[in-house]
Design a protein around this ligand. Structure first.
Ligand code: ADP
Ligand code: MG
Length: 246
């Protein structure tokens, strides 16, 4: 007759560490609750699946590269009343990701655009999606570097592995011709294939200003807004609110 330890050791040998660790407890539960053989088998495999799922989510959170952790649970819809909790919650079934639609948050600094984008990104990861966060500036720099190395296509293909690309702060700086061309290549590859959450301080009609050639803004904007949920966020800066309260 094998001991629990020696059986656990065999599970460990097959990298089923959650089962190895939980074996004794589950055996106890099986006795106490008179589990059927099938229930017992299922309980064991569920342990392993849960642990793996948790690890995958942690890994995807690290890969996403969020600059800070922001939760939708901490978002104050009283202060930011241009968007309702219901509207945000309606995005959380992630139909927009399955349908390859985009989300755009437009508003001046401090109104909560990045907070909402990161909060949505974290929820998407918890639901099993792969997300990548980048500021527009960093993204354009990365594309430029790749382009100089003759690896633009490769870089874009890497980004296409994510279900959702969060591009934060488009519009704070003007972009040169090559930067705009590279961005267009990326947006074109993502179009109707992957989703984008974009935050920007500029309304679409002003987008020409931060593209080297206003005319080229048109096809980029067109692709982003074609299938998109657009939220205009008004009101005061939340940063100012914290200053006034302190
Ligand atoms: P934006 O990206 O629009 O410039 P942020 O999302 O970075 O603004 O918000 C600035 C700061 O204020 C962040 O620390 C953010 O968490 C916080 N903040 C903004 N709006 C809200 C809100 N409605 N509820 C809670 N915190 C908020
Ligand atoms: Mg921001």
């Amino acid at each position: 007759m094998s001991s629990i330890d020696s059986v656990a050791q065999k599970y460990r040998g097959l990298y089923l560490s959650a089962i190895a660790q939980g074996l004794e407890t589950v055996l106890g539960q099986a006795e106490t609750h008179a589990l059927s053989y099938l229930q017992f088998a299922e309980t064991l495999i569920e342990l392993e699946l849960q642990q793996r799922n948790g690890k995958r989510i942690e890994q995807n959170q690290r890969r996403a590269g969020f600059p800070v952790h922001k939760s939708l649970d901490d978002f104050d819809y009283v202060f930011q009343s241009s968007i309702s909790k219901r509207e945000v919650n309606s995005l959380l079934d992630f139909g927009f990701l399955d349908n390859r639609e985009n989300v755009v948050f437009i508003g001046s600094p401090g109104v909560g655009k990045t907070h909402l984008a990161i909060g949505l990104g974290l929820k998407a990861i918890a639901s099993g999606y792969k997300v990548y966060f980048s500021t527009a500036l960093t993204l354009i720099e990365a594309l430029e570097l790749a382009e100089l190395k003759g690896e633009l296509k490769k870089k874009i293909n890497q980004l296409l592995k994510f279900d959702l690309l969060i591009i934060d702060e488009l519009g704070y700086l003007p972009m040169n011709k090559q930067g705009m061309h590279n961005l267009f290549q990326l947006i074109n590859a993502l179009y109707e294939y992957r989703s984008i959450i974009l935050t920007t301080n500029k309304e679409f009609t002003h987008w020409g200003e931060f593209f080297y050639d206003g005319n080229v803004a048109v096809p980029i904007v067109d692709r982003i807004i074609h299938h998109s949920h657009i939220f205009m966020l008004g009101g005061e800066s939340y940063r100012l609110k914290s200053k006034l309260n302190n």
